[in-house]
Write a protein that binds this ligand. Sequence first.
Ligand code: CP
Ligand code: NVA
Length: 304
Amino acid sequence: MKKDILSLSALDKSDFDLLFERAKELKSRHKKGICEKSLAGKTVGLLFEKPSTRTRISFEAATAQLGGTALFIQVADTQLSRSEPVADTARVMDRYLDALVLRTFSHAMQEEFAEITTIPIINALTDKCHPCQVLSDLLTVIEYKKDLNGLKIAWIGDGNNMAHSWINAAAKLDFTLALACPDNYMPDEDILTAAIKAANGRISISNDPAQAAADADVINTDVWASMGQEAEFEQRKEVFMPFQVNRELLGRGAKDAIVMHCLPAHRGEEITADVLDGSQSVVWDQTENKLHMHKAILEVLVAG
Ligand code: CP
Ligand code: NVA
Protein backbone atom coordinates (compact mmCIF):
# COMPACT_ATOMS: atom_id res chain seq x y z
CA MET A 1 0.00 0.00 0.00
CA LYS A 2 1.27 3.49 -0.84
CA LYS A 3 1.77 6.17 1.85
CA ASP A 4 -1.35 8.12 0.87
CA ILE A 5 -4.91 7.61 -0.40
CA LEU A 6 -5.51 10.44 -2.85
CA SER A 7 -7.34 8.52 -5.55
CA LEU A 8 -8.57 4.95 -6.01
CA SER A 9 -6.62 4.86 -9.27
CA ALA A 10 -3.45 4.42 -7.16
CA LEU A 11 -4.76 1.36 -5.28
CA ASP A 12 -4.14 -2.25 -6.32
CA LYS A 13 -6.76 -4.96 -6.08
CA SER A 14 -4.89 -6.31 -3.03
CA ASP A 15 -5.16 -2.89 -1.31
CA PHE A 16 -8.94 -2.90 -1.81
CA ASP A 17 -9.17 -6.45 -0.45
CA LEU A 18 -7.04 -5.61 2.59
CA LEU A 19 -9.23 -2.59 3.43
CA PHE A 20 -12.50 -4.52 2.93
CA GLU A 21 -11.31 -7.38 5.16
CA ARG A 22 -10.01 -5.13 7.93
CA ALA A 23 -13.13 -2.92 7.85
CA LYS A 24 -15.34 -6.03 8.17
CA GLU A 25 -13.27 -7.25 11.13
CA LEU A 26 -13.30 -3.85 12.83
CA LYS A 27 -17.05 -3.57 12.33
CA SER A 28 -17.66 -6.96 13.87
CA ARG A 29 -15.33 -6.19 16.81
CA HIS A 30 -17.04 -2.80 17.30
CA LYS A 31 -20.45 -4.54 17.50
CA LYS A 32 -19.04 -6.87 20.17
CA GLY A 33 -17.81 -3.87 22.17
CA ILE A 34 -14.12 -4.70 21.77
CA CYS A 35 -11.87 -1.67 22.34
CA GLU A 36 -9.02 -1.10 19.92
CA LYS A 37 -5.69 0.55 20.74
CA SER A 38 -4.04 0.55 17.32
CA LEU A 39 -3.75 4.37 17.18
CA ALA A 40 -2.71 4.84 20.82
CA GLY A 41 -0.36 7.82 21.04
CA LYS A 42 -1.11 8.90 17.45
CA THR A 43 -2.53 12.27 16.38
CA VAL A 44 -4.63 12.55 13.24
CA GLY A 45 -5.28 16.01 11.78
CA LEU A 46 -8.38 16.83 9.75
CA LEU A 47 -7.84 19.94 7.64
CA PHE A 48 -11.14 20.89 5.95
CA GLU A 49 -11.95 23.67 3.50
CA LYS A 50 -15.54 22.55 2.74
CA PRO A 51 -18.42 21.59 5.05
CA SER A 52 -18.84 17.99 6.21
CA THR A 53 -21.10 16.04 8.53
CA ARG A 54 -20.37 12.35 7.90
CA THR A 55 -16.75 12.37 6.81
CA ARG A 56 -15.57 14.65 9.59
CA ILE A 57 -17.47 12.87 12.36
CA SER A 58 -16.65 9.36 11.17
CA PHE A 59 -12.92 10.11 10.87
CA GLU A 60 -12.91 11.79 14.29
CA ALA A 61 -14.87 8.95 15.89
CA ALA A 62 -12.72 6.35 14.12
CA THR A 63 -9.54 7.93 15.49
CA ALA A 64 -10.96 8.16 19.02
CA GLN A 65 -12.27 4.58 18.96
CA LEU A 66 -8.82 3.33 17.86
CA GLY A 67 -7.24 5.09 20.86
CA GLY A 68 -5.82 8.10 18.99
CA THR A 69 -6.52 11.82 19.07
CA ALA A 70 -8.17 13.74 16.23
CA LEU A 71 -7.65 17.47 15.65
CA PHE A 72 -10.20 19.24 13.46
CA ILE A 73 -8.78 22.29 11.72
CA GLN A 74 -10.69 24.58 9.34
CA VAL A 75 -8.57 26.00 6.56
CA ALA A 76 -10.10 29.43 7.27
CA ASP A 77 -8.62 29.32 10.79
CA THR A 78 -5.09 28.65 9.58
CA GLN A 79 -2.46 30.92 8.06
CA LEU A 80 -3.32 29.28 4.70
CA SER A 81 -6.19 31.78 4.62
CA ARG A 82 -3.58 34.56 4.92
CA SER A 83 -1.50 33.21 2.05
CA GLU A 84 1.02 31.04 3.88
CA PRO A 85 2.20 28.67 1.14
CA VAL A 86 0.72 25.15 1.01
CA ALA A 87 4.24 23.72 1.03
CA ASP A 88 5.16 25.47 4.29
CA THR A 89 1.89 24.41 5.90
CA ALA A 90 2.57 20.83 4.83
CA ARG A 91 6.08 20.94 6.36
CA VAL A 92 4.62 22.21 9.64
CA MET A 93 1.89 19.58 9.82
CA ASP A 94 4.40 16.87 9.01
CA ARG A 95 6.24 17.74 12.25
CA TYR A 96 3.14 17.56 14.46
CA LEU A 97 0.84 14.87 13.11
CA ASP A 98 0.86 11.15 12.34
CA ALA A 99 -1.64 11.45 9.46
CA LEU A 100 -3.61 14.21 7.78
CA VAL A 101 -7.15 13.86 6.42
CA LEU A 102 -7.82 16.62 3.89
CA ARG A 103 -11.04 18.01 2.36
CA THR A 104 -10.23 20.68 -0.22
CA PHE A 105 -11.51 22.11 -3.48
CA SER A 106 -8.23 21.54 -5.25
CA HIS A 107 -6.91 18.03 -5.85
CA ALA A 108 -3.49 19.42 -6.79
CA MET A 109 -3.22 20.90 -3.28
CA GLN A 110 -3.55 17.43 -1.76
CA GLU A 111 -0.93 16.09 -4.17
CA GLU A 112 1.42 18.85 -2.99
CA PHE A 113 0.80 17.87 0.65
CA ALA A 114 1.47 14.22 -0.21
CA GLU A 115 4.71 15.02 -1.98
CA ILE A 116 6.12 17.16 0.81
CA THR A 117 5.05 15.21 3.88
CA THR A 118 6.28 11.90 5.26
CA ILE A 119 2.93 11.23 6.97
CA PRO A 120 -0.07 9.63 5.18
CA ILE A 121 -2.34 12.10 3.38
CA ILE A 122 -5.93 10.89 3.13
CA ASN A 123 -8.34 12.48 0.66
CA ALA A 124 -11.66 13.21 2.34
CA LEU A 125 -13.02 14.76 -0.89
CA THR A 126 -11.77 17.11 -3.57
CA ASP A 127 -13.53 18.52 -6.62
CA LYS A 128 -11.97 15.59 -8.48
CA CYS A 129 -12.75 12.55 -6.34
CA HIS A 130 -14.01 11.09 -3.07
CA PRO A 131 -12.06 7.84 -2.66
CA CYS A 132 -12.78 7.02 1.01
CA GLN A 133 -16.52 7.38 0.40
CA VAL A 134 -16.45 4.89 -2.47
CA LEU A 135 -14.32 2.46 -0.41
CA SER A 136 -17.01 2.39 2.27
CA ASP A 137 -19.76 2.25 -0.35
CA LEU A 138 -18.10 -0.81 -1.89
CA LEU A 139 -18.02 -2.39 1.57
CA THR A 140 -21.80 -1.83 1.77
CA VAL A 141 -22.31 -3.43 -1.65
CA ILE A 142 -20.26 -6.46 -0.53
CA GLU A 143 -22.37 -6.78 2.62
CA TYR A 144 -25.63 -6.76 0.65
CA LYS A 145 -24.52 -8.68 -2.45
CA LYS A 146 -21.75 -10.92 -0.97
CA ASP A 147 -19.38 -10.33 -3.87
CA LEU A 148 -18.66 -7.51 -6.33
CA ASN A 149 -17.88 -9.88 -9.18
CA GLY A 150 -20.45 -9.76 -11.96
CA LEU A 151 -22.61 -7.05 -10.39
CA LYS A 152 -24.05 -4.25 -12.46
CA ILE A 153 -23.74 -0.91 -10.66
CA ALA A 154 -25.52 2.10 -12.16
CA TRP A 155 -24.43 5.69 -11.64
CA ILE A 156 -27.24 8.13 -12.45
CA GLY A 157 -26.62 11.89 -12.52
CA ASP A 158 -23.63 14.17 -12.41
CA GLY A 159 -20.24 13.05 -13.72
CA ASN A 160 -18.73 14.50 -10.56
CA ASN A 161 -16.13 13.63 -7.88
CA MET A 162 -18.18 10.61 -6.70
CA ALA A 163 -18.64 9.37 -10.27
CA HIS A 164 -14.87 9.65 -10.80
CA SER A 165 -14.10 7.48 -7.76
CA TRP A 166 -16.65 4.86 -8.93
CA ILE A 167 -14.99 4.90 -12.36
CA ASN A 168 -11.55 4.47 -10.78
CA ALA A 169 -12.83 1.55 -8.68
CA ALA A 170 -14.44 -0.14 -11.70
CA ALA A 171 -11.07 -0.06 -13.46
CA LYS A 172 -9.61 -2.23 -10.67
CA LEU A 173 -12.47 -4.47 -9.50
CA ASP A 174 -14.69 -6.95 -11.36
CA PHE A 175 -18.03 -5.21 -11.49
CA THR A 176 -19.78 -3.52 -14.39
CA LEU A 177 -20.37 0.23 -14.09
CA ALA A 178 -23.09 1.82 -16.24
CA LEU A 179 -23.12 5.60 -16.02
CA ALA A 180 -25.88 7.88 -17.25
CA CYS A 181 -25.00 11.58 -17.17
CA PRO A 182 -26.41 14.59 -19.05
CA ASP A 183 -24.39 15.57 -22.12
CA ASN A 184 -22.67 18.59 -20.63
CA TYR A 185 -22.06 16.94 -17.25
CA MET A 186 -20.06 13.90 -18.30
CA PRO A 187 -17.11 12.70 -16.17
CA ASP A 188 -13.60 13.95 -16.87
CA GLU A 189 -12.45 12.52 -20.18
CA ASP A 190 -8.95 11.54 -19.00
CA ILE A 191 -10.28 9.64 -15.98
CA LEU A 192 -12.90 7.91 -18.12
CA THR A 193 -10.57 7.01 -20.98
CA ALA A 194 -7.93 5.50 -18.69
CA ALA A 195 -10.52 3.48 -16.78
CA ILE A 196 -12.37 2.24 -19.87
CA LYS A 197 -9.06 1.00 -21.25
CA ALA A 198 -8.28 -0.90 -18.04
CA ALA A 199 -11.82 -2.24 -17.49
CA ASN A 200 -12.16 -4.43 -20.59
CA GLY A 201 -15.70 -3.44 -21.52
CA ARG A 202 -17.01 -3.26 -17.93
CA ILE A 203 -17.58 0.53 -17.99
CA SER A 204 -20.26 2.07 -20.21
CA ILE A 205 -21.52 5.64 -20.40
CA SER A 206 -24.59 7.19 -21.98
CA ASN A 207 -27.14 9.93 -21.35
CA ASP A 208 -29.92 7.36 -20.86
CA PRO A 209 -30.82 6.65 -17.19
CA ALA A 210 -33.26 3.84 -18.14
CA GLN A 211 -30.53 1.98 -20.01
CA ALA A 212 -28.02 2.41 -17.16
CA ALA A 213 -30.56 1.25 -14.56
CA ALA A 214 -31.77 -1.77 -16.57
CA ASP A 215 -31.30 -4.92 -14.44
CA ALA A 216 -28.83 -3.06 -12.21
CA ASP A 217 -27.99 -4.60 -8.83
CA VAL A 218 -27.10 -1.19 -7.39
CA ILE A 219 -28.54 2.20 -8.31
CA ASN A 220 -26.41 5.07 -7.15
CA THR A 221 -26.87 8.82 -7.33
CA ASP A 222 -25.57 12.06 -5.83
CA VAL A 223 -26.51 15.73 -5.66
CA TRP A 224 -27.00 17.72 -8.86
CA ALA A 225 -24.85 20.62 -7.62
CA SER A 226 -21.81 19.73 -5.55
CA MET A 227 -20.21 21.93 -2.92
CA GLY A 228 -18.97 25.07 -4.66
CA GLN A 229 -21.50 24.76 -7.52
CA GLU A 230 -24.50 26.20 -5.64
CA ALA A 231 -24.83 29.17 -8.06
CA GLU A 232 -25.37 26.72 -10.95
CA PHE A 233 -28.23 24.93 -9.23
CA GLU A 234 -31.20 26.50 -11.07
CA GLN A 235 -29.63 25.84 -14.45
CA ARG A 236 -28.64 22.29 -13.49
CA LYS A 237 -32.08 21.44 -12.10
CA GLU A 238 -33.71 21.54 -15.51
CA VAL A 239 -31.04 19.43 -17.19
CA PHE A 240 -30.91 16.86 -14.39
CA MET A 241 -34.65 16.32 -13.80
CA PRO A 242 -34.82 13.37 -16.27
CA PHE A 243 -32.00 11.78 -14.22
CA GLN A 244 -34.00 11.68 -10.99
CA VAL A 245 -33.90 8.33 -9.18
CA ASN A 246 -37.58 7.65 -8.63
CA ARG A 247 -39.91 4.67 -8.39
CA GLU A 248 -40.14 4.30 -12.15
CA LEU A 249 -36.36 4.21 -12.63
CA LEU A 250 -35.92 1.86 -9.67
CA GLY A 251 -38.48 -0.46 -11.31
CA ARG A 252 -36.03 -0.95 -14.18
CA GLY A 253 -33.36 -2.35 -11.89
CA ALA A 254 -33.08 -5.94 -10.65
CA LYS A 255 -35.91 -6.96 -8.27
CA ASP A 256 -33.49 -6.93 -5.34
CA ALA A 257 -31.61 -3.81 -6.44
CA ILE A 258 -30.27 -1.62 -3.66
CA VAL A 259 -30.30 2.18 -3.78
CA MET A 260 -27.27 4.15 -2.61
CA HIS A 261 -26.56 7.82 -2.03
CA CYS A 262 -23.47 9.15 -0.26
CA LEU A 263 -25.60 11.93 1.32
CA PRO A 264 -26.47 14.70 1.93
CA ALA A 265 -29.57 13.97 -0.19
CA HIS A 266 -32.14 16.38 -1.56
CA ARG A 267 -35.50 14.62 -1.57
CA GLY A 268 -37.51 15.59 -4.65
CA GLU A 269 -34.40 16.51 -6.61
CA GLU A 270 -31.87 13.77 -7.49
CA ILE A 271 -33.92 11.18 -5.56
CA THR A 272 -37.55 11.00 -4.48
CA ALA A 273 -38.41 10.67 -0.80
CA ASP A 274 -40.20 7.33 -1.33
CA VAL A 275 -37.07 5.81 -2.88
CA LEU A 276 -34.56 7.31 -0.41
CA ASP A 277 -36.70 6.25 2.55
CA GLY A 278 -37.97 3.04 0.92
CA SER A 279 -37.18 -0.61 1.57
CA GLN A 280 -34.51 -0.86 -1.16
CA SER A 281 -32.50 2.06 0.17
CA VAL A 282 -29.35 1.15 2.13
CA VAL A 283 -28.19 4.69 2.82
CA TRP A 284 -28.04 4.41 6.61
CA ASP A 285 -25.89 1.28 6.50
CA GLN A 286 -23.85 3.03 3.84
CA THR A 287 -23.29 6.00 6.12
CA GLU A 288 -22.41 3.75 9.10
CA ASN A 289 -19.79 1.96 7.04
CA LYS A 290 -17.83 5.17 6.68
CA LEU A 291 -16.86 4.74 10.35
CA HIS A 292 -15.62 1.19 9.89
CA MET A 293 -13.83 1.87 6.60
CA HIS A 294 -12.16 4.98 7.97
CA LYS A 295 -10.85 2.93 10.88
CA ALA A 296 -9.41 0.40 8.44
CA ILE A 297 -7.79 3.16 6.38
CA LEU A 298 -6.24 4.80 9.45
CA GLU A 299 -5.00 1.50 10.83
CA VAL A 300 -3.45 0.35 7.58
CA LEU A 301 -1.80 3.70 6.79
CA VAL A 302 -0.83 4.88 10.27
CA ALA A 303 -0.36 1.76 12.36
CA GLY A 304 0.84 -0.42 9.46
N1 CP B 1 -20.88 11.71 2.17
C1 CP B 1 -20.14 12.71 2.66
O1 CP B 1 -18.95 12.86 2.36
O2 CP B 1 -20.81 13.51 3.52
P1 CP B 1 -20.26 14.80 4.27
O3 CP B 1 -20.10 15.88 3.22
O4 CP B 1 -21.30 15.13 5.29
O5 CP B 1 -18.93 14.47 4.89
N1 NVA C 1 -20.58 15.46 -4.95
C1 NVA C 1 -20.84 15.92 -3.62
C2 NVA C 1 -20.48 14.88 -2.62
C3 NVA C 1 -20.78 15.26 -1.19
C4 NVA C 1 -20.34 14.22 -0.21
C5 NVA C 1 -20.07 17.21 -3.35
O1 NVA C 1 -18.90 17.29 -3.72
O2 NVA C 1 -20.65 18.14 -2.78
